[in-house]
Design a protein around this ligand. Structure first.
Ligand code: UD1
Length: 419
């Protein structure tokens, strides 16, 4: 099934369960290597990126067993350093975490330069400078990154000159078994950083301050296995919130942490969409009509860059003129060309997109160029008049659990097709 076929303009209603967070599970899965033991991880989303990561662990010698659909047992005792299959590693951004995990367990690491979504340059200089601060010698020949700390890593103060989710995760992984105290300043504060620290602490690490911009890691000699449940995916939740707002209807999301959704919720309310928060659920009520707004993407707790393309769809049909300024990934506008095929009026200049509202999008044949652009096209197709065919669906499969099943249950006319 290589395309999605969507017939639009059907309101969404009902309930949707949000899955575990992809970007939290990825560093946690690599963290199981450091545990050198058996870990059981709950709420693991069955999506392309996670399946590929579990395959990497298996090829490295881990024994991976699904206890149920979303609970995975991973025994990393037989994992061998430097055995990750490069063909898989090079397709995934998350595989950068192998560097921190291998350094922590073996004192050396060799990992193919990571891939991931095509949303512009994804440097890893902050990761490399952080590893060097911890005492590793690091080389990057453009194909492989190699790191070595023959006498082990030593704690140090790391001050990032830019906030990076990936570099912060990698420092937590590397530093948890380093000698002494590591202090990470200007750390990312995303909920998945807190979740990774929660997992590592449950494995015996001593990490404090996760969720603030200063994190302290007191090194321990070794970690051990644990059982850990991953947080809900705030970007999947935000995607269903944006879809409900765009198409109209009433949808309740279960298994969400409303606090993580605050910027998305606030922006939807500012636009005139009703959002009702409860302890672990959020209900969005929309008649498909809402006001324009402005967004500037920022690191958490700012507006997430991973919600930018989905909100671009809302802005294409909002009443009035809207703007998005992208501060994290300045080239993240490939979706604009595709939305224009559906009738959207968007002008992109440098790292800004300007939207003039159109009454209605219309169905077209479009192509998903990356994960969140793919999500945006699904929302656009659900809101549009007529039929939309989306190809490049492998990007969508990488990050969304059963998107067809979940949307069908809400009343959408959506199916996988082979063409
Ligand atoms: C992670 C997420 C991604 C999300 C992003 C920002 C994963 C697998 N991916 O990506 O979905 O969009 O956070 O929330 O979790 N940078 C450097 N040097 C570095 C590292 C980053 O200059 O060494 C820059 C990046 O180009 C970007 C900014 O820092 O401009 C933030 O990137 P970062 O937070 O590291 O994103 P990722 O961890 O790659």
């Amino acid at each position: 099934m290589n395309k999605l076929l969507i017939k639009g303009s059907r309101p969404l209603s009902g309930h949707v369960d949000i899955s575990g967070m992809k970007n939290a599970v990825l560093p946690i899965l690599y963290g199981t290597i450091i545990a050198n033991d058996v870990c059981v991880i709950e709420h693991v989303p069955p999506i392309g990126d996670i399946e590929a990561t579990l395959k990497i662990l298996q090829e490295m010698g881990a024994i991976v067993r699904y206890l149920d659909e979303t609970t995975v047992e991973i025994d990393t005792r037989a994992v061998k350093q430097g055995t990750a299959p490069n063909t898989l590693v090079s397709t995934l951004r998350g595989s950068t975490y192998l560097l921190g995990a291998e350094l922590a367990r073996y004192g050396c690491a060799r990992v193919g330069v990571p891939g991931g979504c095509h949303i512009g340059p994804r440097p890893i200089d902050l990761h490399i400078s952080g590893f060097r601060k911890l005492g590793a010698e690091v080389t990057d020949d453009g194909i492989f990154v190699s790191a070595s700390a023959p006498v082990g890593l030593s704690g140090n103060k790391i001050v990032f000159d830019k906030v990076s989710v990936g570099a912060t995760c990698n420092m937590l992984l590397a530093a948890c078994t380093a000698k002494g105290l590591t202090v990470i300043d200007n750390a990312a504060r995303e909920p998945h950083i807190v979740d990774l620290a929660g997992f590592l602490n449950t494995c015996g690490a001593q990490i404090t301050g996760a969720g603030t911009s200063t994190i302290k890691v007191r090194g321990v000699p070794a970690l051990h296995g644990c059982r850990y449940a991953v947080i809900p995916d705030m970007i999947e939740a935000g995607t269903y919130m944006a879809a409900t707002a765009a198409v109209g209807g009433q949808v309740t999301l279960h298994n969400v942490i409303p606090k993580h959704m605050e910027t998305v919720t606030a922006k939807l309310r500012e636009m005139g969409v009703t959002v009702v928060e409860e302890d672990e659920s959020i209900t969005v009520i929309s008649n498909g009509r809402f006001r324009s707004a402005r967004i500037e993407t920022q690191a958490y707790p700012g507006f997430p860059t991973d919600m930018h393309p989905q909100f671009a769809v809302l802005f294409a049909i909002a009443q009035g003129a809207s703007t998005i300024t992208e501060h994290i990934f300045p080239n993240r506008f490939a979706y604009a060309q595709e939305l224009k095929k559906m009738g959207a009026a968007i002008t992109v200049e440098n790292n800004c997109a300007f939207f003039v509202n159109v009454m209605k999008l219309r169905g077209a044949s479009v192509s998903a160029t990356d994960l969140r652009a793919g999500a945006a096209l699904v929302i656009a197709a659900l809101a549009a008049e007529g039929e939309t065919r989306i190809d490049g669906v492998e990007h969508i499969r990488r990050g969304y659990v059963d998107i067809v099943g979940k949307l069908k249950a809400l009343g959408a006319d959506i199916e996988w097709v082979e063409e």
